[in-house]
Ligand binder design. Structure first.
Ligand SMILES: [Fe+2]
Ligand SMILES: [Fe+2]
Length: 333
């Protein structure tokens, strides 16, 4: 049975397939040359050292069968690599390397449909159905899309999860502020559809290439803020005539404003800052969800008490609240 990196115990000798992220030659204090780098599978990224290099080379961005031992050094785990052989991508099950959300993708999609079923505004409902219900290929792509290369939700289902998370929290916040302060003036429909669509352009921004998520050419040159707003604008203009009695322009401007302002600040890539309460909610929830999912991804399978410095959290070293629950705590005994 395939053994994933997160299943290997301290001092266990193992053989498993990995993807080589990096490998560089270094010289130890003793003057001995060695190769060090990082490997990953869908569960974990680990450092490795190859002490006996004997003219052997390792090529990054390739798959290998690794035989080694997992050892603890300075409170972190690394592989002491004994043997390796390169593997052809054809002989690799890529699903062993593509990460996926821990949540059930079909359940998340059903949650999205439930949220949509509560939208009353005919224009927003029509847009939501066009995008999230009618086009099977589109839905399949959406369910598979990551939310980022690295920062948060960098896995299959990451975009769906992030969008649904924000929509669920948005419902709660709109209800709260409407009840006590805005007396029904906040549009739940706008906030919810804006939450679901704010990052929709990420479908074309990122792509899995083997074990790595990469930014596409469209992603680099256009970015998801433009691609999200463009999709909405195109659809709205195409079907405008269907809604003669409805003030589409006002609704469209507000929805596009939510998309354009969701990064909150000009220096974070937002062409405008949030100027209506619904956009303020989406901006803050986007930030919260990105940070919480980033925290989870960096701590859940990690074995150290503190993470490396993390730019998403003001360069903080995050405290791993999961450590006590891990099997690795047994190593201490
Ligand atoms: Fe975004
Ligand atoms: Fe987002």
């Amino acid at each position: 049975m395939k053994k994933y990196l997160s299943e290997i115990l301290e001092n266990e000798e193992f053989t498993t397939d990995i993807f080589l992220v990096s490998a560089i030659e270094k010289i130890a204090k003793t003057g001995k040359k060695y190769i060090t780098g990082e490997v990953l599978d869908k569960t974990l990224k680990l450092k490795f050292n190859l002490w006996n290099i004997e003219n052997r080379t390792l090529e990054k961005n390739c798959y290998y069968s690794f035989t080694g031992k997992l050892e603890k050094y300075n409170n972190s785990f690394q592989i002491n690599l004994f043997k390796f052989s390169k593997k052809n991508e054809k002989n690799i099950d890529l699903l062993d390397f593509k990460k996926s959300t821990d949540l059930n993708i079909e359940n998340l999609y059903n949650d999205l449909l439930n949220i949509l079923s509560a939208i009353k505004d005919p224009f927003y409902k029509f847009l939501a159905d066009e995008i999230f219900v009618k086009n099977e290929d589109f839905i399949k792509n959406f369910k598979n899309s990551p939310a980022a290369e690295k920062v948060h939700g960098a896995y299959i289902g990451g975009l769906l999860e992030h969008s649904v998370n924000i929509a669920k929290m948005a419902e709660i916040l709109v209800n709260f502020y409407n009840e006590f302060y805005f007396f029904g003036k906040l549009s739940k429909d706008l906030t919810v559809i804006g939450s679901l669509l704010h990052d929709i352009g990420k479908m074309w921004e990122y792509d899995y290439h083997g074990a790595l998520i990469k930014t596409t050419k469209k992603g680099e040159l256009l970015g998801h803020i433009y691609m999200s707003s463009n999709l909405i604008n195109d659809l709205a203009n195409k079907y405008k005539a269907k809604f003669p009695d409805c003030d589409i322009d006002e609704k469209l401007i507000k929805l596009i404003h939510l998309v354009l302002s969701h990064h909150g600040k000009l220096e974070f890539g937002a062409p405008v800052v949030p100027k209506i309460p619904e956009a303020i909610i989406v901006y803050h929830l986007d930030n919260i969800d990105a940070k919480m999912i980033n925290f989870l991804s960096n701590t859940k399978n990690a074995v150290e008490e503190f993470t490396d410095r993390n730019f998403v959290h003001e360069n903080a070293r995050l405290y791993n609240i999961f450590l006590d629950e891990k099997r690795r705590i047994n190593y201490e005994s």
